[in-house]
Design a protein around this ligand. Sequence first.
Ligand code: FRU
Length: 468
Amino acid sequence: MNALQKDLKKLTALAEAAGAAQPPDPWRPGYHLSPPVGWLNDPNGLCFFRGEYHVFYQYSPFSPEGGVKFWGHFKSRDLLRWERCPVMLYSDQPFDVHGAYSGSALCEEDGLYLYYTGNIKHAGDYDYIRTGRGHNTVLAWSPDGVSLGWKRLLLENAGYPAGLTCHVRDPKVWKQDGRYYMVQGARTLEDEGVVLVFESDDRLNWRHINTLRTQEPYGYMWECPDLFELDGQWFLLVSPQGAPGHGPGFENVYACGYFPLEGDFRGGARLGAFVPFDYGFDFYAPQTFSDGTRRLLIGWQGMPDADYTNPTAERGWQHCLTIPRELERRGKTLAQRPARELEALRKGAQEYRFDGTATAEIGAMAEIVVEGGNVREVDLGGLALRLQDGLLTLEIAEGGHGRQTRRAPVAASDTLRIFWDASTVEVFVNGGETVLSTRWYPAEPARKLTFKGCGAATVYGLKPFTFL
Ligand code: FRU
């Protein structure tokens, strides 16, 4: 352990102790992972390793407004009982000293291999896009998934293909056909977002073998790529900045979605039309992984550079992750269902049938399941979901802190599953075909619901995650 890591560790413990001494915050989600103190963004290194789920995340413990990024860490055997683990990666080496940026995990016999971006910002008069920044590909090895063995610099900007700015980051690594593959997001000198594909035989030495791009440029930078096959179809997930879309699914400052792929990602693949992942205000930089039986996804419930805010920053913390979602292929699209484990959080069920209007009460944590194609509105008192003319509109009248309206195309809604957790809402329409995620900060987390139209609803109270 070097002196910098020693000090960062001490300071993190102090910041976390100060956070723990704060009075309980009614806006703290109970069954969403949020930072002990300070700031959280992207989920990193998601994996199922030796019988445990590991969730790392971009973590700045010293300020709720962000700062130098570490890898915070939670783990769980069942996605319900969680352990807060020590920070796995501090920014403590010359090659990652201004941030241990996003990356992924590779599970191997002898331990966990974590690939990430070491961020470097040189002091001086730079634009930090074409000059003044280093984005290094770094590998960290952990023998047990909890403690750090070593870190090693694998690639620097000079080792990436020609024609790129300094922005090359967020390695996602997997093993396939006895080889290793890695994708990274990049910004070209022409300000075009692309994904670089690398190949390796030994996890350490990487060759660039292909670049995935759209026929017409689609935004200036693609962050946090993920590439996987589900039921015979390949999908490329990206969070593009500067994408040209508009209307439902493209109302946020940055987009987030996927391209179905035709052909081999190693050469000759074509990207299909971009599909937005989520239609709410707060969803970005998701990552997927397989636990052997299914592909799970967790996203950041936040949005960089948005003009709406999160009032919890005044209480010393900001942001959370989404609930884990199971991905299901539907043709060339992906449906997202809440991980089935979450059903174990249900306590008590109240049933409603209505033709006209019905009301119900919920506490700070609830799941609301609405069925029937003729439900026109579910109002949580300050946040309403309305179905009309092929659009589901999410409207926040109070407690949005700058958030007002988002829309999603929904021809008919057979089912709505709404997850409410103190300051976060995730809405799954028609078995997860369409999803809207948003933060919402009503003065009182217990809500009175109003259903309008004709249908049936079940309202469950939910228990929080247990922290061991
Ligand atoms: C996406 C992102 C990544 C980067 C990380 C830094 O939100 O900008 O591209 O690695 O956040 O925290």
